[in-house]
Design a protein around this ligand. Sequence first.
Ligand code: PLP
Length: 406
Amino acid sequence: MLDIQSIRAHFPILNQEVNGKPLVYFDNAATTQKPLKVIEGVDNYYRTINSNVHRGVHHLSGLATDAMEGARAKIQRHINAAKLQEVIFTKGTTDGINLLTSSLAKGLIKEGDEIIISHLEHHSNIVPWQMLCEQSGALLKVIPINGKGELSLDAYRSLLSAKTKWVAVNHISNALGTINPVKEMIALAHEVGAKVLIDGAQAAPHLQIDVQDLAADIYVLSGHKLFGPTGIGILYGKEDLLNELPPYQGGGEMIAEVTFEKTTYAALPHKFEAGTPNIAGAIGLGLAVDYVNEIGLANISAYEQELLEYATQELKANFSNLRIFGEAEHKTSVVSFLIGDIHPYDLGVILDKLGVAVRTGHHCTQPIMQYFNIPGTLRASFAFYNTKSEIDQMIAALQKGVAMLS
Ligand code: PLP
């Protein structure tokens, strides 16, 4: 059992009114709130040890380097990466995917090769692959979904062949909440010799990730969705693969030696970390990982499942003309819905006036909206600091909104 009131006290932002009503923050799939531990850790970095990392002999530079590398080690343990050098700091999930596709574009993908993504992807796991295919002449194939928002594994099997070079799928869909069977999908890809990128943006805040158990070749995530700062993320990659990939960006930090004739690159992880990194962000992400582990991801997901079930049940009980999009058997704490033919934006604006923050629109997943033939949805996404009484507040706000707009 989690003590939610004590947990909420760790998140100062939650204790405020919006439009004269207590804030109900249900936009956690877009970004999560930050506990004091993270806020104070970032503040403390700038107050006491701010300095550039890796190349300083002076005291502060040593402290900043130790703090940043200490955060890398925490993240390595958290995702169970075999080696420290397999953990690359990025700006976030989008940056991690672009790192891989830009690197592959340097001659590693060719005409006739095939790449498989799924119909459930966020635009950031579609567009970079489309760009790679345009540049290389490779073919992009898409795993279809069913009406519940689940991937068809049979269709996936039939798309895989010796031509498949990469598969890129999300662990959890941000728009529908579907938890995809990524371990099985990775094993199937490996059978045909393909490699797999897993977009873990939505999984990191809800599930214990074990990259070795999954056997993921690349696993990317965003710090800000894991209760950490914005502008920081992780790309995990198997060491051999990362050694084969050419660097994404050139600059300082990523070199071994530079002459005008030739540059040699630094060893991992620095080969992929050109320029001054987001030091405060990395430290903040390390503290966020500590925080989540203190609560325990198993406790977090059990409680969030309760919230999901309660919200689904209350929505169904209160609105006869409700449509829920995404009713996968394995699902995380996201409810995407529409009521009657009310436009999601109109209801979202009224909810905001009543203190309830949900997301409206296509959630950067236009192909999913095209599949359901809708302009967008209202999406309520829950974190472990949310409560059933906040869900009641959302239902009451929806009732008012529906009465006004019907
Ligand atoms: N992938 C998924 C599944 C997401 O939900 C998101 C963000 O919503 C992203 C990728 C992109 O993450 P970021 O904007 O942090 O790079």
